[in-house]
Design a protein around this ligand. Structure first.
Ligand SMILES: Cc1cc2nc3c(=O)[nH]c(=O)nc-3n(C[C@H](O)[C@H](O)[C@H](O)COP(=O)(O)OP(=O)(O)OC[C@H]3O[C@@H](n4cnc5c(N)ncnc54)[C@H](O)[C@@H]3O)c2cc1C
Length: 479
């Protein structure tokens, strides 16, 4: 067994990473800059926690594999189940309403983190160092990372570790630390999305508690030039309703209570509920001007003894609820690679490359969806394969599923978007051709593609599926 690992950050990614490492290291030190609350509570280091946080099916399954039965802890703390409740999704062109067949437990992000943190605290060998802000890395003379420097109040300390994992989230300073140590850090992919979220929580009075028993989620989805904001309602522990508004491309939802309330008035499915409620907390806002994807895997001289995980590597548009799932899939991969690790392998680089493959479909899907909005811009040296076609195609596919009330196709769209099913499945030629042929816009898009590629449609989609899945660029393809 290895001696000691250090994890920087005690959010979802740091906690699940500490759990994985505890199977391979005698000691795992977890450094968190905040005071960690004894009970579920918000804290400064995760300001996003006030806003709705949901697991994808895959995120839940991974979490359950590492923390079996964690949903029972959530239930015992008043969290609701989604079983047989209505999910109502509206789009400017139609609605999908269905009973959710799975027994998934819904939570506030603070509750989820508290439950997992308690599980992690009980694992022998893991020690929490709260109020310890990581301020840099320790390097050996041969360039290996040998631990972390921290600041607790005004007192500086150094902790040696055989492996250090940065899980310090969207404010990670890892690139700065590497640059300060003389490393050339590759440029990151930047996607300027100019996103705003506003959330308000309400306590459901007892005469309205049937609403939380009926609905899991109500969402009115934004669409460029038709509906600027996605508006939503969901429920967390203790019969608390959370209403939120999200917009991108500079459509920032208002933060003052009256204007926030007004957003919901044109939509009776939401206004009939929100108008009956008395606010509990909020509205609070969160902005994400830019999402990013970092490419540490491209560094030939990446130091041994160092890894990064979760939001430290990549953040995506929160509206799709993929962030914790990405961190979970990476933790699962880290576990798999630690199991088969050999002494002479470039272990850290192989982990970072594997993480990049995990991130890629989510990044591509986010770009395809959000580039539809004016005011967004993608800035990177690395082109995204098929993105111009993809953003139109993904829209047509969703519209087709909703207007045809095709539950199977709608389910596939979401299974891909929630990272349960490979992206390439949406680009199978039979499916793609039938979707494109079912509308005038689709036929136009297909004609453009056939003219540009000058190949049979089946060949184009086969190449497209492999290009999108593998993340490589295929010469000659429409970009
Ligand atoms: C508005 C919004 C809504 C979202 N909704 C969803 C959702 O529905 N589903 C979903 O899966 N994801 C959602 N996300 C994304 C999700 O919050 C993140 O992807 C997830 O928290 C990533 O986990 P992490 O551990 O990498 O980072 P975080 O959870 O942000 O944790 C980072 C931790 O590091 C600590 N830290 C930072 N710097 C230091 C330092 N120098 N030293 C020590 N500690 C440090 C912080 O205090 C924090 O505890 C949402 C994000 C936003 C902004």
């Amino acid at each position: 067994m290895n001696k000691r690992a250090a994890v920087i950050g005690g959010g979802y990614g740091g906690l699940i990473t500490a759990k994985v490492l505890s199977n391979y290291y005698e000691e795992v030190f977890l450094f968190e800059k905040d005071t960690l609350p004894e009970k579920p509570a918000e804290r400064p280091g995760t300001p996003q926690a006030f806003h709705p946080h949901r697991f994808t099916v895959r995120g839940k399954e991974i979490t359950n594999a590492f923390f079996p039965g964690y949903e029972e802890d959530l239930l015992s703390l008043g969290a609701p189940s989604s079983f047989q409740k209505t999910i109502h999704q509206e789009y400017p062109y139609g609605k999908m309403s269905f009973q959710y067949p799975r027994d998934d437990i819904k939570f506030s992000r603070s509750l989820l983190e508290a439950v997992i943190r308690e599980r992690v605290r009980k694992i022998p060998g893991i020690q929490f160092f709260q109020n310890h802000k990581a301020t840099g890395l320790l390097f050996s003379e041969d360039g290996r990372v040998t631990g972390v420097k921290t600041l607790e109040s005004h007192s500086e300390s150094s902790f040696e570790a055989d492996l250090t994992v940065d899980a310090s989230g969207r404010n990670s300073k890892l690139s700065d630390w590497l640059k300060a140590a003389g490393y050339a850090v590759p440029s990151e992919d930047e996607f300027y999305i100019h996103l705003g979220y506003t959330t308000q929580r309400y306590k459901l009075p007892s005469h309205l508690s049937h609403i939380a028993k009926t609905y899991d989620t109500i969402m009115l989805n934004a669409l460029p030039s038709e509906q600027p904001f996605t508006l939503g309602l969901s429920f967390i522990e203790n019969e608390i309703a959370e209403f939120f508004a999200g917009g991108i491309g500079g459509h920032y939802p208002p933060r003052d209570p009256d204007h926030f309330l007004k957003l919901f008035q044109p939509f009776p499915v939401l206004s009939d509920i929100i108008n009956e409620l008395i606010p509990l907390a909020g509205p609070k806002t969160f902005r994400v001007e830019k999402t990013y994807r970092r490419h540490y895997e491209e560094m030939a001289d990446w130091p041994k003894g160092l890894l990064a995980i979760g939001d430290s590597l990549c953040i995506v548009d929160p509206i799709y609820g993929q962030g914790m799932t990405l961190a979970g899939i990476q933790a699962e991969k880290l576990d798999e690679l630690l199991k088969t690790r050999t002494d002479n392998q470039e272990f850290e680089k192989s982990v970072l490359s594997a993480f990049q493959d995990i991130i890629y479909p989510a990044w591509w899907l986010n770009c395809a969806a959000d580039l539809r909005w004016e005011g967004t811009s993608y800035q990177s040296e690395r082109p995204l394969p098929m993105i111009a076609f993809g953003k139109k195609y993904m829209d047509l596919l969703l519209k087709h599923a909703v207007t045809q009330q095709n539950g199977k196709l709608y389910g596939l769209y979401w299974a891909v978007n929630t990272l349960s099913v490979p992206l390439a499945q949406l680009f199978q030629s039979g499916l793609a051709i039938s979707i494109l042929n079912s509308s005038p816009e689709g036929r136009l898009l297909l004609d453009e593609l056939l003219t540009a590629e000058n190949k049979p449609a089946e060949d184009i989609f086969r190449a497209m599926a492999s290009s999108i899945t593998g993340g490589q660029r295929i010469d000659g393809m429409v970009k």
